[in-house]
Structure formats: structure tokens, C-alpha cells
Design a protein around this ligand. Structure first.
Ligand SMILES: Cc1cc2nc3c(=O)[nH]c(=O)nc-3n(C[C@H](O)[C@H](O)[C@H](O)COP(=O)(O)O)c2cc1C
Ligand SMILES: C=C(O[C@@H]1CC(C(=O)O)=C[C@@H](OP(=O)(O)O)[C@H]1O)C(=O)O
Length: 381
């Protein structure tokens, strides 16, 4: 081979691999085998995704997908953003005669009620604690309308994939609920929560009286043009033993990544979490029953990064929404200090709509581990 040909080949491969390893805007895919890639901006034509690695032959209950979308969609009650989107999912591929074909499942969700005028004042001005500043610094060119790609609108795609992952997981039951809004707490450990209460109130907490207080508080905060944070607890039941891939892809590590990838998340507490630090080993150790189950479950259903068959539980902390309808000082792209006020339709508190997002991300993490676990033993081939 001529030296010039060799050189051209070298450059060809270098460029190819550089592209594959360092694609621009990396980070739009979650999962190793059961994978979700999402695309789209909040005020663009549509958002959507591709679910790859879903096995063939899964009967997809489209009504169940639709029901999950209704739980997340904007405009669903007076304590969430008043942007009105139907969030009907249009599947483009990968499902035939009601069953998955094992090929990529492509889907789109239209954006129909965007009001981009509300964002013209932040074209060159950064909302404090939103993603405007960092997206600008990283990419230099961004769709500022509605926060573009940084908007939680993208999480609609996660809910589509999560709804399918839930169906793949069959008996594994994933339930999330609002555990606190500001200082208002649902005063019950997850083991005493009545899951049937969650969908009966717009806050999605598991107690009617607490829900009334939380709803009232969110409305009050909204009137002041302000926002408030909260926490969501998630419980996963009927988990088979063996899910999780030590050492770097431990089950709770991936769940942490899944949760921390959700917009506005600031904390993830797994199993006994921070409270466990105040206990002694003699109190904290989960003592076995003869069948391998444990008498207590401070481990949160995971030991050594692998599920042990007990319930998995964790809590996710969400910050107060950044866009407030109050004047605040900020800076513009020229570095000048300017006063700005948020405009438009924002969530005064994200937790009511984040409940199905937390469940979906948990389902995606578990579906991936379920697929991977089938590869971990020769007996499975
Ligand atoms: C369900 C949900 C709804 C949200 N709604 C809003 C909103 O209406 N306005 C807003 O400024 N941020 C909202 N956020 C948060 C922003 O998307 C998020 O703060 C922003 O992308 C910056 O990312 P970070 O807070 O994770 O750093 C929402 C988050 C979630 C999970
Ligand atoms: C559109 C959704 O939520 C949006 C999330 C969001 C943000 O900054 O994250 C800001 C608001 O966007 P807009 O100003 O366009 O109404 C929310 O409504 C959705 O969840 O589907």
C-alpha cells in the first residue's frame, strides 16, 4: 500500500472513531441494552425518541402508555404549568400487530401550545438557576425558547419508554409518590403508605388530608409568583434477585444516575440513606430469614450493587423551580447586571408531575439490568 493511501486510511479511521467516541451533544441516550435516545426541544416542532433493544414479541398496551402520559402532561391541574399539551404519542416503528418486533421503536409527540414570546426577554439574559447560562457557555448557540432542550418537556419521552419498560418488567411493581412539599411532609414510612391513595389527589401524595395542605400551600406560593421544592419516594416490589452489574454499574448507582438526570433533581437517598449514619452496625444489619429474605431492609433491597429480592426504596429531592414571576438580578450575555422577571406558564412545584418521571426512569434502569442479567450466566444460553 502506498504511503499516501495508508495516511488517508489513518485519517479516515481517526475521524470515524473520534466521531463515534465524542459525538456532539452526547448524553442523549440512557441504557446499555434496553436503550432510550431522546430528541427535541420544548418549542420545536416535536419531541420524540427511539427505544432500542426491546425484545420482540412484547404485547404493548397503548392505553397504558397513554395513561402514563396523562399523569405527566402539563396543564393537568391548577397546581402545575398551564401549558396545554395532549401529549398523544405517535409510534412510527417497531410495533406491528400490537407486538414489538425487536427493531427500534420510534415515536414522536407534537409540541402544539408553545408561547415563545414569553422567552424573547431571555434570549440574551440568563434566568438564575435555569440552564440558560450553562447551555450558552457550552454550545454557544442554543434554542432559548422554553428552555429548548433543557426543558422538562423532554421527560415526556422518558415516560413513553418507561411505560413500555414497565410492561416488559411485568410483575415488578414500581410506585412513586410525593413525600414532601417544602416543609409539609407525609408522615409515614414507605412501608405504611396506602398506594391506592396516590392518584386520588392532584399532588400525588398518599394521604388525603396531607394532600389538601400541600395543594393549598402550592397555590399560595404560586400567587406570590414563587416556587417550592419537594421530595418523591419510590418503592419497587417483586424485584428478582441478581439485578445490577458490579462494580461500576451497581443497581443503586444506576438508579442514582437515572434520578439525577431528571430536571431539577438535587438529591438521591437510597435505602436507610443519611439516617443510617446515625445507627450502629448491630442495629443496621439486615438479619436473614432461612429463605434468604431479611427481617429488616435498611439495605433498600440492594447489597453489593445487586438486588437481593427485598423491596427497593429511595427518595429523590427536587429544588424549587428556577423561573419565578418576581424581579431578580441576573446578568446578560455581555456580562452586564440586569433586572429580570420570569414570564409565562411555569410549574410552581414540579413534584406532582415528576412522580411518573421517577417511576419511568426506575423502569428504564431495571429493564436494562433485567436484560443484562440474562447475559451474566452460561446457564441462560
Ligand atoms: C416535571 C418538571 C417540570 C418543570 N417545570 C419547570 C418550569 O415550568 N419552569 C422552570 O423554570 N423549570 C421547570 N423545571 C425544571 C427545569 O427543567 C430545570 O431546573 C432546568 O432544566 C435546569 O436544570 P437543573 O435544575 O436540573 O440544573 C421542571 C422540572 C420538572 C421535573
Ligand atoms: C412543557 C412542559 O413543561 C415545561 C417545563 C419547563 C422547564 O423549564 O422545564 C418550562 C415550562 O415551559 P413553557 O414555558 O413552554 O410552558 C413548562 O411548561 C412539559 O412538561 O411538557
Amino acid at each position: 500500500m502506498l504511503i499516501t493511501q495508508q495516511r488517508d486510511r489513518f485519517y479516515y479511521w481517526r475521524e470515524t472513531f473520534t466521531f463515534v467516541e465524542n459525538p456532539t451533544m452526547a448524553g442523549n441516550t440512557f441504557g446499555t441494552v434496553f436503550k432510550l435516545t431522546t430528541f427535541g426541544e420544548s418549542h420545536g416542532v416535536a419531541i420524540g425518541g427511539i427505544i432500542d433493544g426491546c425484545p420482540a414479541g412484547l404485547e404493548v398496551d397503548l392505553d397504558a402508555v397513554e395513561a402514563e402520559m396523562q399523569r405527566r402532561k402539563p396543564g393537568q391541574s391548577s397546581i402545575v404549568t398551564q401549558r396545554k399539551e395532549e401529549d398523544t404519542v405517535k409510534f412510527l416503528s417497531g410495533i406491528f400487530e400490537g407486538k414489538t418486533t425487536g427493531t427500534p421503536i420510534g415515536f414522536v409527540i407534537g409540541n402544539t401550545d408553545q408561547k415563545s414570546r414569553d422567552y424573547s426577554h431571555i434570549k440574551d439574559t440568563y434566568r438564575p438557576s435555569h440552564a440558560d447560562f450553562t447551555f450558552d457557555k457550552k454550545f454557544g448557540h442554543r434554542d432559548y425558547r422554553g428552555g429548548g432542550r433543557s426543558s422538562a418537556r423532554e421527560t415526556a419521552c422518558r415516560v413513553v419508554a418507561g411505560a413500555i419498560a414497565k410492561q416488559l418488567l411485568k410483575d415488578i411493581k414500581i410506585t412513586a409518590y410525593v413525600a414532601s412539599v417544602g416543609e409539609l411532609k407525609l408522615d409515614k414510612p414507605h412501608t405504611e403508605v396506602d398506594f391506592s391513595e396516590i392518584e386520588k389527589n392532584p399532588v400525588r401524595t398518599a394521604d388525603a388530608a396531607t394532600a389538601v395542605k400541600m395543594e393549598h400551600y402550592i397555590k399560595q406560593i404560586k400567587k406570590q409568583g414563587d416556587t417550592v421544592g419537594g421530595t418523591i419516594t419510590c418503592v419497587i416490589q417483586n424485584v428478582p434477585q441478581g439485578l445490577g452489574e458490579p462494580v461500576f454499574d451497581k443497581l443503586h448507582a444506576q438508579l442514582g444516575k437515572a434520578m439525577l438526570s431528571i430536571n431539577a433533581v438535587k438529591g438521591f437517598e437510597f435505602g436507610s440513606g443519611f439516617a443510617g449514619t446515625k445507627m450502629l452496625g448491630s442495629e443496621h444489619n439486615d438479619i436473614f430469614n432461612k429463605d434468604g429474605s431479611t427481617k429488616t431492609n435498611y439495605s433498600g433491597g440492594v447489597q453489593g450493587g445487586i438486588s437481593n429480592g427485598e423491596d427497593i426504596y429511595f427518595t429523590v429531592a427536587f429544588k424549587p423551580v428556577a423561573t419565578i414571576i418576581q424581579k431578580q438580578w441576573t446578568i446578560n450575555a455581555k456580562g452586564e447586571e440586569v433586572e429580570m422577571m420570569g414570564k409565562g406558564r411555569h410549574d410552581p412545584c414540579v413534584v406532582p408531575r415528576a412522580v411518573p418521571i421517577v417511576e419511568s426512569m426506575a423502569a428504564l434502569a431495571l429493564a436494562d439490568f433485567w436484560m443484562l442479567n440474562n447475559l451474566s450466566k452460561l446457564d441462560n444460553f
